[in-house]
Design a binder for this molecule. Structure first.
Ligand code: CMP
Length: 140
């Protein structure tokens, strides 16, 4: 399988509970390399742009408010089949449906406050990475 990059966010519910290291340990144990990482406070503009695909959903406002409520850690993860692998490592969006050992099963609070985001396809990964990182900030 090809080496890929995917975009990850450790969300406000996780940073607020001091879980950045715990989440990163699961990521690294799964064989993914954290090749870029920064802790930021997302602006409303950034969050609305990032989640623009969900603009028509009833939870859009709540989602944006949550993402700007506390710091997040944005990351680029690299590895074989990184996009699908990270989705496996995260577990289902709804933590009550997430498999044992996944980040969301272990740490997420609810479908909204679900600790992590990961890209769903290679096209979106490229767009999401470019929204938060320039090329020279990613060191593989
Ligand atoms: P994420 O992978 O970041 O992509 C979209 C996010 O919308 C998703 O994770 C959830 O956190 C959030 N989301 C999905 N469904 C709901 C919902 N019913 N209520 C609130 N947030 C939701």
């Amino acid at each position: 399988m090809a080496i890929e990059r995917t975009f990850s966010i450790i969300k406000p519910d996780a940073t607020a509970r001091n879980l950045t290291g715990a989440v990163n340990a699961i990521i690294e144990k799964a064989g993914l390399r954290i090749v870029a990482q920064k802790r930021i406070r997302m602006t409303r503009d950034q969050a609305e742009t990032f989640y623009a695909v969900h603009k028509a959903r009833p939870f859009f406002g709540e989602l944006v408010d949550f993402m700007i409520s506390a710091p997040v850690v944005v990351q680029v993860l690299e590895g074989e089949g990184a996009i699908a692998k990270y989705r496996d490592v995260m577990g289902a969006t709804d933590p009550s449906k997430a498999a044992d050992g996944t980040i969301r099963k272990l740490h997420a609070k609810s479908i909204g406050e679900n600790s992590v985001h990961g890209s769903d396809a290679s096209e979106t990964a490229a767009i999401e990475i470019a929204q938060f990182f320039s090329g020279n900030e990613i060191v593989g």
